[in-house]
Each structure stands twice: as structure tokens, then as C-alpha cells.
Unconditional design. Structure first.
Length: 348
């Protein structure tokens, strides 16, 4: 049965709204970023994030419904991010979703934020079939999952400390770059010279799928302080360090991704999360994965960061299988992905 679902994402500092149809695909989406709001503080302020979601959410829903040519009464369900995320921000999305659903007599589907990211490449063309290996790489997570279907996620690799995106942000701060640090560092790395400085590739030869990025960040801090002390930390030096840092992270992620494909015997790799927008990571994975006779899939750049489209998609896939949970109003700032129930899904 075809399903048309409104998706609401308010887990952190982006207000995302979308309408997804299981037959026609993504009909409309809108995203408001709070980067300018939080930039002066150098990071997300939870209370400000929640208040901005309150201001933005209803107008965005109206815009998306108009663009999709859909009356709210014609929706089959309302999906919202139930967790994990900032408690106050999650409550805004859940409150609006439940109030709207109650007024319309529609079900609410609470979606796991990470499941939305894992499934986001299904919004693109071509769509990856199940099973696939997923690299979830963002500011808070760097993990590998063996994905057999919707809700069938087996964690096979994780970082022991900092996530890759977190290491990008912390390194950007060490180099004096503005918020948000990750994209600023990637931009600076584009003007850096390869091989001028040397940084470690932590755990690249560990023989498993574990990762660690804290030591890499510490190596950058040591290098920066040494160059500050001897007066050699100029603009060119900062760019060289940024380039080497990015090369190091990408080297580790590519090596582990290839190892994950070998370990599972799967020929499809899916990359999701904010760091999945990194151009060097995309180029290296496309080349290395293809060279081994496998395929790699990325979400469109608009769907790498938090967005309502991935929540609408995940909600629609679960609603189509009548898997909508208990229907209780709740948010889960902490929520293990492994606790999700699986649903029937076709494989190819």
C-alpha cells in the first residue's frame, strides 16, 4: 500500500521538514540551519536551538505541504525524530507531530535519528539494495553497520573515542578556524601541500574495524604548539596541517571501509552522515571501492546533514509495514540503534 508521510527532524540545530510518498518518492523538503544563530558561541546552545525550532517548524510544514500539493488531511502519518538528540529540541518536534496527528486522526511514527541517516541514500538514484555495509560518519558517530534490511542493523565497527566529525571540529579550533569547524577545515585543506607535514593514521593496521581519532587530534595540537613556539605557524603552514589531517582521516576511513566489505562479503557500501559530504572522502571511496568490484552510494549533499527527508522516508517505510510503535508521546535523548525492531524489506 502506498503511504504519504510528513517527516519532522529537530534533534539538534537544524529544522527539517519533508513529505515522502512510497510510490512517487520525495515530494518536497525544507531545511532551516541554525549555524548563524550558534556561531557566536562556537557551538550549539540547546535552549536557543529549541526556541528556534518553535519559531520555524509550523511555517516550514505549511511550505512543504504547499509545494507537495498535499493537504495535511491526506497524509497517512506523521514521522518525527524520537531520538537520540537534545531533549528540548526533540520535544519541539514530537509535540508538533503529536498535536498535528491528534487533530487529523493520523498515526505518529517515532524515528531513530541514526536509522534516518542509514536509509538516506535510498532517497537518491540509483538506490542501493539490501544488504549493504553502512559507514555512518558524522560529528557524533563513526561506525560501520552490516545492514540486512530496515531495522536489521548489526554494529561491526566503532570508534574508541572521538568521532571523525568531532576530530575535524576540534582540529579546526586548534587551527583557529570559525564555527562550524569541519567544513572550514576541509576548505582550508584544499590549498594545503601534500606531504609537507606528517601525521599518524591511528589503528589503520589494527586488523579489525575499530577506529580512534583522539590521538590524531593530539598530534595536531602538538604540531601546532611547536610551530607557534618557533614562529612558523603561518597561513601556508595551517593549510598544510589541515590537508595532512584530512588525508589521515580519509586514509583510515577508506581502509576500514574496504576491510568491512571483505569481512561481510557484501558488495555495496553506503556512506551517511555529515562527513559523508567531504569531497576527498567521496572521491577516494568511489575509486577504491570500484577498483575492488563493489559499489558505493552517497546521499545527495542536501541529505548528508540532518534533514526531514530521511525521517519521512524511514517513517514511511515503517508505516507501510504497520510498524509504528506504541503511539505514546515520548522522546529518547539516548537511544540504542540495536533496540529497533526489524520490518519486512525486500532484498535484491
Amino acid at each position: 500500500m502506498d503511504m504519504r508521510v510528513l517527516g519532522i527532524e529537530t534533534s539538534c540545530d537544524e529544522t527539517g521538514v519533508a513529505i515522502y510518498d512510497t510510490a512517487a518518492g520525495l515530494l518536497a523538503h525544507r531545511l532551516h540551519s541554525q549555524i548563524d544563530l550558534h556561531a557566536r558561541y562556537g557551538g550549539v546552545v540547546p535552549e536557543l536551538a529549541s526556541r528556534d525550532h518553535v519559531r520555524r517548524l509550523v511555517p516550514l510544514i505549511e511550505e512543504v505541504a504547499h509545494e507537495a500539493g498535499t493537504r495535511l488531511a491526506d497524509l497517512d502519518g506523521i514521522a518525527c525524530t524520537e531520538g537520540p538528540g537534545l531533549a528540548g529540541a526533540l520535544l519541539v518536534g514530537a509535540s508538533v507531530a503529536n498535536a498535528l496527528a491528534m487533530s487529523l486522526g493520523k498515526p505518529v511514527i517515532g524515528v531513530h535519528h541514526l536509522e534516518g541517516h542509514l536509509l538516506s541514500p535510498l532517497l537518491g538514484t540509483p538506490r542501493p539494495g539490501f544488504p549493504f555495509v553502512a559507514l555512518l560518519v558524522s560529528g557524533g558517530h563513526t561506525q560501520f553497520y552490516d545492514v540486512a534490511g530496515v531495522g536489521r542493523y548489526r554494529l561491526i565497527g566503532d570508534t574508541l573515542d572521538d568521532a571523525a566529525g568531532e576530530a575535524f571540529d576540534k582540529t579546526a579550533t586548534l587551527l583557529g578556524l570559525p564555527y562550524p569547524g569541519g567544513p572550514a577545515l576541509a576548505k582550508l585543506a584544499g590549498s594545503g601541500r601534500k606531504g609537507v607535514v606528517s601525521l599518524p593514521r591511528p589503528m589503520i593496521d589494527s586488523g579489525d574495524l575499530a577506529m580512534s581519532f583522539s590521538g590524531l587530534k593530539t598530534a595536531v595540537m602538538t604540531l601546532v604548539r611547536r610551530r607557534e613556539a618557533d614562529g612558523t605557524l603561518d597561513a601556508d603552514s595551517r593549510a598544510d596541517i589541515a590537508a595532512e589531517f584530512q588525508h589521515a582521516v580519509v586514509d583510515v576511513l577508506v581502509a576500514k571501509a574496504l576491510a568491512a566489505l571483505v569481512a561481510t562479503g557484501v558488495k555495496r557500501l553506503v556512506v551517511a552522515g555529515g562527513v559523508g559530504a567531504n569531497r576527498e572522502l567521496r572521491a577516494r571511496l568511489e575509486y577504491e571501492v570500484a577498483a575492488r568490484g563493489a559499489s558505493v552510494y552517497f546521499p545527495d549533499l542536501a541529505f548528508c546533514t540532518d534533514n526531514g527527508a530521511m525521517i519521512a522516508l524511514a517513517g514511511a517505510m515503517r508505516l507501510a509495514q504497520a510498524d509504528i510503535g506504541g503511539g505514546a508521546f515520548s522522546v529518547r535523548p539516548r537511544w540504542e540503534l540495536a533496540s529497533l525492531p526489524s520490518v519486512a524489506a525486500a532484498s535484491d
